[in-house]
Ligand binder design. Structure first.
Ligand SMILES: [Zn+2]
Length: 86
């Protein structure tokens, strides 16, 4: 039965090639990549721009993208408090 021998050898060669391709070739362009460089971001309370959490300015439980936006909130809040008292 030489035909069965050829079929088995052919199957073994095909399996070996498939395994080698899977192990050594790069994933296809459309394949999703793992999140190696994930950076957690937070939204600025003033302008809603997302910035990396490490770079965000924190005041209380809120985040801001820059000192100007943090201070703008502070000034607005102070004005509201003054208007309430007056
Ligand atoms: Zn901002």
């Amino acid at each position: 039965m030489p035909i069965f021998r050829f079929l088995i050898i052919g199957l073994a060669v095909w399996l070996a090639i498939a395994l080698i391709r899977r192990l050594y070739l790069k994933p296809r362009a459309g394949a999703p990549r793992p999140l190696e460089h994930y950076v957690e971001t937070v939204a600025c309370r003033h302008c809603r721009v997302h910035v990396p959490r490490e770079q965000a300015l924190v005041q209380g439980k809120h985040f801001y993208c820059c000192p100007q936006h943090r201070d703008t909130r502070r000034v607005t809040k102070d004005r509201q408090n003054r208007n309430r008292k007056a």
